[in-house]
Design a protein around this ligand. Sequence first.
Ligand code: IVH
Length: 674
Amino acid sequence: MSCGIERVQEARLAAEELRSQVNYHDYLYFAKDAPEISDAEYDELMRRLRAIEAHHPELITPDSPTQRVSGQPVEAFGVVQHREPLLSLSNAFDLEELQAWHRRATGLAEVEGFDMVVEPKIDGLAVALVYEGGRFLQGATRGDGLRGENITENLRTIRSIPMQVRGGRVPKRFEVRGEVYMSKTAFERLNNQRADEGEPLFANPRNAAAGAVRQLDSRITASRRLDIWVYQLGWADDGKTPDSHWESLQWLDKLGFRINPHIARCRDPDEIHRHYEEWVEKRHGLEYEIDGLVVKIDSLDLQQRLGYVGREPRWAVAYKFPPIQTTTKLLKIAINVGRTGSLNPFAVLEPVQVGGVVVKQATLHNEDDVRRKDIRVGDTVIVQRAGDVIPQVVGPVMSKRTGKQRRFVMPKRCPVCGGEVVRPEGEAMSYCVNTTCPAQVFRWLTHFVSRGAMDVDGLGEQWAYVLMDKGLVEDPADLFFLSREQLLELERMGPVLADKIMTNIQVAKSRPLSRLLFALGIRHVGSEIAETLATEFGSLDAIAAAGREELETVPAIGPKIAESVRAYFRGKRQRKVIEKLKRAGVNMKQKRAAPAEGPLAGQTFVVTGTLASMTRSEAEAKLKALGADIGSSVTKKTAYLVTGQSPGSKLQKAQQYGTKLMDERELLRLLRSP
Ligand code: IVH
């Protein structure tokens, strides 16, 4: 007897301990974005807690993490009550667990067997979209499953969400569910940009997507390039809808919803497992992250009969992939010199398997990032690999810290050439100032000839290295003075390749100015800014001669880019290179964009807050049609700030700059006036 009580006591203590651990890690993950343990370790804690609670239901407390569905709605968005709750899924981590789920469902359904639909489990965030009369009416986050946030305006910016369904007869009102996500490419681009701007980085595409969808300013959402996979018909008011999940996906596809193409119908767990094994590898080739497969019983009638346990349906299960996060030791922080001279720290790790690949190195972005995450040499760190995205160090495992770890300091001298290192004010990056630093020149050269730049096919990294090593090329302009004979003297260079390279170099001379500008490797001038500069100014000379003020009149260009462009063209070496390029006959011109026409031409408008009569993007489109430039933030250049309800920080900025304000009535008058 006493023995039983003791066991319950022990279980109670263990459950309490697990709950406090899970709460602590939840806090680190969700509130601080600085987890100390891997997802797999976290899942293990939850599993142990669930196991205890399953044995001792009397120990379950209402505030136990097992009783919670994550995500409280934020009031600022307005709360949406879901007509039918958005459910979560129970997990299976191996074939045995999948078989157990299947056996249970078969037993309960009292059937011989059933078809199942197997879909990728997209790692994004769930949304519910309501359509009325075929038009998109409202979109919401999952929230706690019962109530979510109204994010309609932000979802409107996602191009793959149809605003109007295709095809004739649809139910008067219906709801579809799907996963909003950010592609791996968009995620990398966003993080690179944030690193450049010294902003904290997102740990993974899911966090980035969640952040984008919950922006109060939908223009920010729009700029983050989100996408959706629709995976379920939620509810429908009237009209005929299909009898099976598979058919409902086909039906939704016809209506114009984006349905994932990698969906299969299977009959038994072994078949599903084979499919799973394939995807464990194949998933890395996808443009988005998936963390497992979702298995759903196809018949909707059977789904209904099986019902739910708590918030989890008995008719579906998530078959999760092994984790792509692990822990390992950080041996050293080394430095890589980029093409703009940036010193990029990276982690040298004790080799470790992550998601089926051995990882030895991981990016650390910049000094601030290392400091913010408090990563020290000698730490045990969490390493994460997201598909073919470069491995990352998520953060240190604090509990493994012994005091022997060393903080990272940026070297005062360039590790390659010994040149001086400076960190410009307000920037997150440190730079080697020696423009003849071999590492810098090498990166510059390979960037110069790369696809998006001058695109000299055939001249890869290896040849760039050889050309530098032989002293034939000291900067990209030298490429245009190479002779066929010089190339033929190089080891392993045959006449065919030499001819090809010579031709491609000739062709590169006539690339548009925007390509050349990008190829020059001016800090903060990516391909888009290069395009803008080229079409605004029309020639390299005009850009080089432009003063800061003049550069800043271009809407997309702020003080940081303007200063960087100025500094570039002031540089002695850069000027020499440009002279050489000119002598070689490289094109330095591009047709200028016709200036915007209309009564508002030359004036920049910023729209903020909620308007009553139209959405912000509609207002912007209308202003644009009258020739106005649209800014995303208030600067000195802003002519008018159009303010709707709850304008926020932009209003303060406008007051600070003395920007003219315009309310909705005035805006409507302006839009009406001929
Ligand atoms: S079905 C009961 N299908 O996974 C049905 N969910 O852990 C639950 N998810 O909240 C949703 N891909 O955010 C379903 N193909 C897919 C999914 C999927 C990702 C997410 C969804 C859901 C979570 C459940």
